[in-house]
Design a protein around this ligand. Sequence first.
Ligand code: HEM
Length: 537
Amino acid sequence: HATGLNISARGEGGETHQTAGGETPSLTTAQGVPVSDDQNSLRLGQRGPTLLEDFHFREKIFHFDHERIPERVVHARGFGAHGFFELTDSLSDVTCADVLQRPGERVPAFVRFSTVAGSLGSFDLARDVRGFAVKLYTQEGNWDIVGNNIPVFFIQDAIKFPDLIHSVKPEPDRGFPQAQSAHDNFWDFISLSPESINMATWAMSDRALPRSFRFMEGFGVHSFRFVNAKGASTYVKFHWKPKLGLQSVVWNEAVKINGADPDFHRRDLWSAIQSGNFPEWELGVQLFDDAFADSFDFDILDATKLIPEELVPVRRVGRLVLDRVVDNFFAETEQVAFCTQNIVRGVDFTNDPLLQGRNFSYLDTQLKRLGGPNFTHIPINAPKCPFHHFQQDGHMAMHNPKGRANYEPNSWGGAAGGPREDHTRGFESFPEQNAGVKSRVRSARFSDHYSQARQFYASQTEPEQVHIQQAFTFELSKVETPQIRARVVAHLRNVDEGLAKAVATGLGLETLPEPTIPASPVVEGLSASPALSIVKN
Ligand code: HEM
């Protein structure tokens, strides 16, 4: 036979059977029992009822029925690839993170790119933020930088995240629109949340229509901390700079591409890697201290703001190369679990209220999405360094403790006693001093919502500004409620008068709404900030 398989007709229906033999293994059940007939269920008589005792049939259908797991509540549509991170410049002065000590050393990496709003089966070129999640399998544990391709975020406090996401997802009564933000609920939320105007302006820019994942920047967004061997802390913002530079498509192209090839971005990454054209990013860090943080116009804990690269240049310290596609999309891309709380010794959190909420949310959602607490046993999530702990049992437990000891301290010495605390290499939290009154009031330095949006818009070239005007006009033209349209334009008057007028004209508004009064007075001295740097590699 041309296929190398033994094919025979068997049974009175004349159906084809391919039989084991030579190098073709026997088909078995999940219990390992060889199967003789995979085409016919067991019946009582040739035309009789199917028998409950057909364990092969029942196991096959049962497993198929349970193939789907919940899609991610956000960032459902994504595409992942393997690669490595190589350090090019030691950061031992500011961090004791093992992976950032010795130039030339490599660790394995896994990256998942995603859209945010669309479901698993949505199209790639939606106008949307892109997720840029990186897992570094370091020798001192897994470190995840769970970022986006836009350096700022819509909201300042994680308590608003469910509302933001509900507003962008399909409306609950009608179940549309899918995978796009052009509808009343989204713009209603934005217009009632002035803190979101900066990111909304970024989301209406060309950044939200990347030509491919290979032409995108990535940002850790929050201010994190580095902690060095002496225990000193430095603030850090993470950047990924694409070797190919930044490129986007325009809206007309995006609409056509989505129709012709909804998998445009995943196909691009797959083909590039398969043809040896490995995409690459540089890791950049913006480092700053308390003195800078105190002097900066905005609170460095506010994730709706960036730190201009003119003020704090980006130091390039490593490279990330993607050189291998996954063996299995489900096992790797779907089951990978990123979490902002996955950090290593030498890295630490700040009190950014968005970051603090994320630290809770990812683990919580993955407990449900991945069916229990043992998802670190799935190979894509398991560390690639030695690991030992006393966690045990639960659904799908693959690595239970060996021997008698499953607690500590214990009296069983040596290997029999199991792992012990490590005061030399163990993770230590930075001993930040905190004191305050329990309250829900945000710092006044979180309250200027327009200056950075204004700077962002001003930093764009004229064609890029026109794209932003057109995007706002198109999106708001899908909004049916006049008050919501007017409210967004009122915000835009605080960003740029020309932008507001162009959008108002595009929407056919008869009068220009009064500018929104900023929620609180603008922080003094803001206008002195240099323009934002828009990186064009
Ligand atoms: C998923 C980024 C804010 C909750 C993701 C993913 C990325 C991401 C890249 C996809 C991970 C993957 O590929 O598997 C960000 C960024 C944020 C942000 C950059 C702001 C700076 C938040 C907030 C929350 C949140 C505030 C909740 C309080 C989630 C959840 C998932 C997710 C629940 C799904 C995780 C899973 O099912 O595995 N986020 N996110 N995110 N994010 Fe965020």
